[in-house]
Design a protein. Structure first.
Length: 98
């Protein structure tokens, strides 16, 4: 870090005026939550290939999309060639508000 930046951190001054493009290549962890459920240890130990876990989500209900653990959008499952993806249907206002 630069000496100027270190001094601003110590004194509580504003950080240097960075260009937004400096931040654009920072990787974000994207999570898409299908649903949640509770299992006992016994039920967990019974899981095997082919087991189906039923989640309390109604078919067609939007999936939650999170960035670095923070809910930012909702989406729906779509097929993209031979893969599946999520089409964003709603971006939460709190995700874009400063």
């Amino acid at each position: 870090m630069s000496e100027e930046f270190d001094q601003q951190l110590i004194t509580g001054g504003n950080p240097p005026n960075w260009e937004m493009s400096t931040l654009l290549d920072i990787p974000l962890q994207v999570s898409i939550e299908v649903g949640r459920l509770k299992l006992t240890v016994q039920d967990f130990l019974r899981l095997s290939p082919g087991s189906v876990l039923e989640v309390k989500k109604i078919a067609g209900e939007p999936f939650e999309v999170a960035l670095n653990g923070r809910l930012v959008a909702r989406g729906e499952v779509v097929m993209v060639e031979k893969s599946s993806g999520v089409r964003i249907v709603d971006v939460l206002k709190s995700a874009v508000a400063p």
